[in-house]
Design a protein around this ligand. Structure first.
Ligand code: B3K
Ligand code: ZN
Length: 848
C-alpha cells in the first residue's frame, strides 16, 4: 500500500475561488454537478496537470470554460493534462453519478433509515465529486439540493428554497472535509442564541420523528458551549444558523461540519428514562467539542492530515476545560487521566505507537487515535502550564488573529506561543514528533534541612524510533510535613535533561512529596513508596488529583501483590478507602472514583510496565477477591450510606446529582458482593431512571443472577435502539470470563444484533474486547470470535473494522501462547483477499 509522508508536502497548484454544487438525490443514482472556479496558485508556479481526487464516481461529463473534455477517470481520480488547461483562471464543470443506498462504509454520501447524510472527514468528499480533497484547499461553497424529502440541509445560511429544493451558501472558505448535506423526514427541536455582538442565531437539533422529546439536553449543552467560547476564548459564532443532526448509523461520535454538525444519535438523544448520567455528560462534552471546532478546526484548519492534532488536541483540551467549568475540575481531571492511561498509554506501549504528529501514514482514518486526541490535549495543557494562564490567553489571541482563514501547522502553532510569550519552544517541539510515554524516576535525599528530589527521564523505543531524546517535562510538586500540613505549595519543576536534581532548603523535618500534581505531564512516574506513604497522601494531600492518584497507586500496589504472591490486601488500603468513603466533606463523585478498583486491563498494563507477564485469569480472580475484601471491611457502613445517598425528587442530570448516584451505585455494588444481589434486585425494580436501572442490572450480571431482569429489560426497551445497545454491551462486557465467548456468540445470533450498525457492533464486539479475562481466554476463543467479526465487517465498513482491530494491540504484554494466538489471528486477517487498506495497515503494524 502507498505510504504518505509529511516531508512530501506541496501546495496544490490551484486556488479554488468558489465551489457550486447541485445534488439531485436518488438512492441508487444521485447526480452531483460541480462547478469549480480555479486560479493558478502563486505558491506553486509552473505548468501542472490538474489532478482531482475521486473514488467510485461515474463520470457523466466534464468541461472547461464550457467546452467538453474527453477524459476518463482512474481508480483514485481524474487527471486533466496541462496541455488541455487554459493559462490563468478557468471554470471546471463535472457531473457524476453515485449510489448512496449501497454505501455501507458510511463515508461520503450514504443513507441511514431513509435519510441522506454525509461524512467527509478525512477523505470522504472524493466519494461525492471530483475535487482536490485535501484540507489546505479552502473555498466558499454554494449548494443546491433537490429531493422530494421535506428537510434539506447543507452548510452555511439558507438562501433560497422552494418545493423540492433548497439552496445554501457558506461564505467561510472551508476545506472539503467540512462539507455536509442532510436530507430526510426530520423534526426540529429549535432554539436561539444571540451572540455578544448581537447576531441572532437560529439553532436546531434535527432528529427522526418520535425523538423530538429527547433533544432538550443537547440544545442546552449547545447554548452553554456557545456562551462559554465567547467568555473564555472570545470566540463568537459566525453564521445565522447552527444545525445539529442525529444519525443512527455513524462511524464515530460526531462531526464538526461547518454550521451543520452531524452526530451519532447516541450523543444527542437523552431523557432520564433512556440515558445514563455518563450519557448526559458525554453529550454535553461532545456537543461542546464539535461546536468549539468552529474556531479550532474550521476557521483555522490543518494544512495536511499530519497536523490533525492541531485541531483535535486543542479542541479536546478546550472541551476538557469546558466540562471542568460546568462540573468539577478535579473529577474531570481524574476521568481524563483514567482515559489517557487506558487508551493512550496502552497505544504508546505497543505496536501502534506513533507521535502526536505522525510523519507517515497509509490510511489517515487510522490516525484518529488517543495519541492524536488525548495526548495532543495533554501537550496543550503542558504548554499552558509552562507559559501560564495569561501567556496562554495571549498566545491563543495571536493564533486566531494570525491564522484565521488559514490551514496551519504545528510549527505555526508553536511559533505563536514563542512570539506571544518570548519562550523558546524548540525542545517542546519534540513532544509532537517523538512517540512513547516518558518514564520519570524519582529519587529522594534528606540531609537534615535540605531535601533533594532527583528526577530522571527515559522514553522506551517505539516502532521506527529506536533512540529517544529528553523532552521538557513540567513536574508540579508540593511538599507536606509529617503532620500532613503543606510546607511547600505547588511549584513546577522543569525537567529538561535526562537527569536533574531540585533542592528545597530550610525544612524542619523530612517532607512527604506530592509529585506530578494535577497530572502535570503525560508520563509514567516510577517512585518506590510504601503503602503507608500512599495512604498518608490519600488522607492529606491538598491536590485533589494526587489524593486520588495516591489511593489508586496504593490499590494497584495491593492488587499486584495479590496477583503475584496471593498476598492478602494489607490494612493501609482498607482503612484509607474507609476514611474517604465516610468523609462527607468530600464530593460524592470523588469518593465514587476512589472506590473504583483498578480495571483488569489497566492492571495488566501496570504489571507489564513493571517487567512482569500479566495472567488475565489471575488478575480477574485477584480483583474479585480485592473487591470482596473491601466489601467485608466496609460492610457495617454500607446500608446506612446507601439510604443516606438516595436523592429526593425527580431525576436531574447535573453533576451533583450524578455524583451522588455514582457513589450510591458503588455502594450497591459492594453490597451485592455480600448479599449476592438481593438489594440490587430491589434497586432494579425501583429504578426510575436509566442510570439506576443499568447500575443495578450491572450488579446483578456480576452476581450471576440477572436472567429475569435481562429479559424484563429487553421487553421494556426492545423498541429503543440506543437503550438496547446498553443491554448488549453490559452483557458482553461483564460476562463471566469462562463462558464469555460463547455468551457473546449467542448475542450475535440475537435477532436484534444488526451488525451493520456501528453502535450495535461496538456494543457487542467492542464491549467484549474490553472484557479482559474473557477476551484473553487461554484457548484463544475470544480472539477468534473478534477476528471472525472483523473479517466479516471489513468489506462493508473498513473504518469501523480497522478501528476495532486495536483490540489486538496488546499482544506483547502476554505470555508466548497468547502472543502466538493473537499473531495467528492477525495473520489470518491479513491473508483475507481484498482486505481494505485500513485493515491491511492496522494488522500489518500489529504484526510487525
Ligand atoms: N473530526 C471528527 C472525526 C472525524 C473522524 C474521521 N475518521 C470528529 C471530532 O474529532 O470532532
Ligand atoms: Zn474533534
Amino acid at each position: 500500500p502507498q505510504v504518505q509522508y509529511l516531508s512530501d508536502y506541496q501546495p496544490w497548484p490551484w486556488l479554488v475561488r468558489a465551489v457550486a454544487l447541485t445534488f439531485r438525490l436518488a438512492p441508487r443514482a444521485t447526480r452531483v454537478a460541480a462547478r469549480l472556479d480555479l486560479a493558478p496558485n502563486p505558491a506553486r508556479p509552473g505548468r501542472h496537470d490538474l489532478r482531482l481526487d475521486g473514488e467510485g464516481l461515474r463520470l457523466i461529463r466534464a468541461a472547461i470554460g464550457g467546452v467538453a473534455l474527453d477524459v476518463t477517470p482512474d481508480a483514485t481520480g481524474l487527471t486533466i493534462p496541462a496541455a488541455a488547461l487554459p493559462q490563468g483562471p478557468f471554470t471546471l464543470e463535472t457531473e457524476v453519478e453515485i449510489a448512496p443506498e449501497g454505501n455501507t462504509a458510511l463515508e461520503g454520501l450514504y443513507m441511514s433509515n431513509g435519510m441522506y447524510c454525509t461524512q467527509c472527514e478525512a477523505e470522504g468528499f472524493r466519494k461525492i465529486t471530483f475535487y482536490p480533497d485535501r484540507p489546505d484547499v479552502m473555498a466558499p461553497f454554494r449548494v443546491r439540493v433537490e429531493s422530494g424529502l421535506p428537510v434539506l440541509l447543507s452548510n452555511g445560511n439558507l438562501v433560497a428554497q422552494g418545493p423540492g429544493w433548497a439552496e445554501w451558501d457558506d461564505p467561510w472558505p472551508k476545506p472539503a472535509y467540512l462539507f455536509a448535506l442532510v436530507a430526510g423526514d426530520l423534526r426540529a427541536h429549535r432554539g436561539q442564541f444571540t451572540t455578544r455582538s448581537g447576531r441572532k442565531v437560529a439553532l436546531a437539533v434535527w432528529v427522526r420523528p418520535g425523538d423530538e422529546g429527547r433533544c432538550d439536553w443537547a440544545m442546552e449543552s449547545l447554548i452553554r458551549s456557545m456562551r462559554w467560547d465567547e467568555e473564555v476564548y472570545g470566540r463568537e459564532y459566525d453564521l445565522d444558523i447552527f444545525n445539529i443532526v442525529a444519525v443512527d448509523d455513524f462511524n464515530m461520535g460526531a462531526m464538526e461540519n461547518k454550521g451543520l454538525n452531524i452526530f451519532n444519535s447516541r450523543y444527542v438523544l437523552a431523557s432520564p428514562e433512556t440515558a445514563t448520567d455518563d450519557d448526559f455528560a458525554r453529550i454535553e462534552a461532545i456537543i461542546a467539542h464539535e461546536y468549539f471546532h468552529n474556531w479550532t478546526g474550521n476557521r483555522i484548519t490543518c494544512r495536511d492530515w499530519f497536523q490533525l492534532c492541531l485541531k483535535e488536541g486543542l479542541t479536546v483540551f478546550r472541551d476538557q476545560q469546558f466540562t471542568g467549568d460546568m462540573r468539577s475540575h478535579a473529577v474531570k481531571r481524574i476521568e481524563d487521566v483514567l482515559l489517557l492511561r487506558a487508551r493512550q498509554f496502552r497505544e504508546d506501549a505497543g505496536p501502534l505507537a506513533h507521535p502526536v504528529r505522525p510523519g507517515s501514514y497509509v490510511e489517515i482514518n487510522n490516525f484518529y487515535t488517543a495519541t492524536v486526541y488525548e495526548k495532543g490535549a495533554e501537550l496543550i495543557g503542558m504548554l499552558r502550564r509552562l507559559v501560564g494562564a495569561e501567556g496562554y490567553a495571549n498566545a491563543l489571541d495571536l493564533y486566531f488573529a494570525r491564522h484565521d482563514g488559514q490551514a496551519a501547522t504545528i510549527e505555526d502553532w508553536l511559533k505563536v506561543f514563542e512570539d506571544a510569550t518570548g519562550r523558546d519552544l524548540s525542545q517542546f517541539h519534540r513532544w509532537y514528533t517523538q512517540a512513547g510515554t516518558p518514564r520519570v524516576t524519582v529519587a529522594e535525599d534528606w540531609d537534615g534541612g535540605t531535601y533533594t528530589l532527583t528526577l530522571e527521564q527515559a522514553t522506551p523505543p517505539t516502532p521506527g524510533q529506536p533512540v529517544k531524546h529528553p523532552v521538557p517535562i513540567p513536574v508540579a510538586v508540593g511538599l507536606l510535613n509529617p503532620n500532613g500540613d503543606e510546607v511547600v505549595p505547588t511549584t513546577v519543576l522543569e525537567l529538561t535533561g535526562a537527569r536533574q536534581s531540585f533542592r528545597f532548603e530550610g525544612l524542619a523535618a523530612r517532607p512527604v512529596p506530592s509529585i506530578l500534581r494535577g497530572f502535570s505531564a503525560p508520563v509514567i512516574l516510577d517512585h518506590d513508596r510504601t503503602d503507608a506513604e500512599r495512604a498518608f497522601l490519600l488522607a492529606h494531600d491538598t491536590d485533589t488529583f494526587n489524593r486520588w492518584e495516591a489511593g489508586r497507586a496504593l490499590a494497584k500496589q495491593v492488587l499486584a501483590r495479590m496477583v503475584t504472591d496471593n498476598a492478602a490486601p494489607g490494612p493501609d488500603w482498607l482503612a484509607a478507602v474507609e476514611r474517604v468513603l465516610l468523609d462527607e466533606t468530600l464530593d460524592p463523585a470523588f469518593r465514587a472514583l476512589c472506590l473504583r478498583l483498578p480495571g483488569e486491563d489497566d492492571m495488566a498494563q501496570t504489571l507489564h510496565t513493571a517487567g512482569l507477564t500479566p495472567d488475565p485469569d489471575r488478575i480477574h480472580a485477584a480483583r474479585k477477591r480485592l473487591g470482596d475484601r473491601l466489601a467485608q471491611h466496609l460492610a457495617p457502613h454500607l446500608p446506612g450510606l446507601y439510604e443516606a445517598l438516595a436523592l429526593p425528587g425527580p431525576y436531574t442530570p447535573d453533576a451533583r446529582a450524578a455524583g451522588a448516584r455514582a457513589l450510591r451505585l458503588a455502594v450497591l455494588a459492594l453490597m451485592t458482593r455480600i448479599d449476592g444481589g438481593t438489594r440490587a434486585a430491589r434497586a432494579y425494580a425501583a429504578a426510575d431512571n436509566m442510570t439506576d436501572q443499568t447500575g443495578a442490572l450491572a450488579c446483578l450480571i456480576e452476581a450471576g443472577r440477572a436472567d429475569a431482569e435481562l429479559a424484563a429489560f429487553a421487553r421494556q426497551w426492545g423498541h429503543d435502539r440506543l437503550v438496547m445497545d446498553k443491554w448488549f454491551s453490559l452483557q458482553s462486557a461483564l460476562a463471566a470470563p469462562a463462558g464469555a465467548a460463547e455468551l457473546v456468540a449467542g448475542l450475535t445470533a440475537h435477532p436484534a444484533f444488526d451488525w451493520k450498525n456501528p453502535n450495535r457492533f461496538r456494543a457487542v464486539i467492542g464491549a467484549f474486547s474490553g472484557n479482559h479475562a474473557g477476551f484473553h481466554r487461554a484457548d484463544g476463543a475470544g480472539y477468534r470470535l473478534v477476528a471472525d467479526w472483523l473479517i466479516r465487517l471489513d468489506p462493508l465498513n473498513p473504518q469501523t473494522a480497522a478501528r476495532m482491530s486495536t483490540a489486538f494491540d496488546t499482544a506483547t504484554r502476554y505470555d508466548a501462547d497468547r502472543r502466538g494466538l493473537i499473531g495467528a489471528e492477525l495473520a489470518r486477517i491479513l491473508a483475507v483477499p481484498g482486505l481494505s487498506r485500513d485493515m491491511t495497515e492496522m494488522a500489518g503494524r500489529m504484526l510487525a
